[in-house]
Design a protein around this ligand. Structure first.
Ligand code: ZN
Length: 342
């Protein structure tokens, strides 16, 4: 039956083809029609709590080979219990299925675009832009809070961290700060979102610009889906739900986070074979050698020197290196004025 009056109550939650009544869970797809390139169906799970409350969106897999984040949301969706939830969850574990299926890091191989850079997207754009448009309408507009999960990609060795976006607006900043502390990762990178965005933006920036508090968390590295990384992302998401009073229990926030004020990315000046000599989480001084590149005969041709003093948040994990590729990302410790007061 297609139409039955009165059956859809106000408290039903619908995203794409998934509709969940209060106390129920539903799965479906956000259907993105074909345009200049093929159509794609994005899996979505809606968990509609038995009790009223806010709506939290949980998204991963914009980078389809950041596996720990994708596995984490799949597990979280399976274990989420609507009977103990206040409010609703919109869970999208894999925004970029082509990247996952074809094992292509960083980009959507359908159109060669980074799926975390094109919000709000375009209805008549390429696949990345059409998916971004659909996620904006179906997920971001329908949520009150957002968590975007990432990790080290196929070629990245990463130390777990989260991002907190400073906008200069209250209560947005204090709300998102409390969420990121509740998530529990002890390295937090401060993003300066005080200036207006120019052009297309990331998912979290898009949400924050709509006034919706957002957290980005990263765990996992180099094609792995280790249980400890997966569990950290699930536990952190659950803790944010506790903090938002969507789950019973108390969220224990991280007490002494290391605030990182700025990220500096070092890129390779040569094609060649990369050898790291420093690990993620290492504190390095400006000018310190953190790796080197050889030619294909093994002759060293370039030293990777730390551009700033700080913590290595990720460093190249594989020998493949081409000119312009990221060698490492180094976080400079925030100065006192940058560190938010509780
Ligand atoms: Zn990512």
């Amino acid at each position: 039956m297609l139409v039955f009056s009165g059956a859809i109550r106000a408290a039903d939650v619908s995203v794409g083809t998934a509709t969940a009544r209060p106390g129920q869970k539903a799965t479906g797809f956000i259907q993105v029609p074909a345009g200049v390139d093929p159509a794609v169906n994005i899996a979505v799970i809606v968990v509609n709590g038995a009790k009223p409350g806010p709506t939290l969106a949980l998204v991963s897999g914009s980078h389809g080979t950041e596996y720990a984040s994708i596995v984490a949301l799949q597990k979280l969706a399976r274990s989420a219990d609507p009977s103990e939830l206040s409010g609703a969850l919109i869970i999208v574990p894999l925004v970029n299925p082509a990247s996952f299926v074809q094992k292509v890091p960083h980009l959507n191989p359908v159109d060669g675009k980074n799926m975390n850079r094109f919000y709000p997207g375009k209805l008549d754009g390429t696949q990345t832009e059409r998916v971004s448009w659909a996620i904006g309408k179906q997920v971001v507009e329908k949520c009150d809070y957002l968590i975007d999960l990432h990790g080290g990609d196929l070629d990245e060795n990463l130390r777990r961290y989260s991002y907190w976006a400073k906008t200069g607006k209250e209560p947005l900043d204090s709300t998102s700060r409390a969420m990121v502390l509740a998530f529990g990762l002890d390295h937090i990178i401060i993003q300066d979102n005080t200036a207006p965005a120019r052009g297309a933006v990331s998912l979290s920036r898009f949400a924050v610009d709509m006034g919706k508090p957002a957290v980005i968390a990263e765990a996992g590295h180099a094609g792995t889906a280790n249980l400890e990384d997966v569990d950290v992302l699930i536990h952190g998401s659950d803790n944010v739900m506790r903090h938002l009073k969507m789950l019973p229990g108390k969220a224990v926030p991280v007490e002494h986070p290391l605030w990182i004020g700025r990220l500096s990315v070092l890129t390779s000046e040569h094609d060649g074979v990369f050898y790291p000599v420093a690990r993620p989480e290492a504190y390095v001084r400006q000018g310190m050698r953190i790796g080197y590149v050889t030619d294909y005969f093994g002759n060293p041709i370039w030293d990777a020197l730390a551009p700033v003093s700080g913590v290595i948040v990720y460093i190249g994990a594989v020998p493949s290196m081409k000119k312009g590729d990221t060698v490492a990302s180094i976080g400079e410790l925030a100065d006192a004025a940058q560190i938010p007061q509780r």
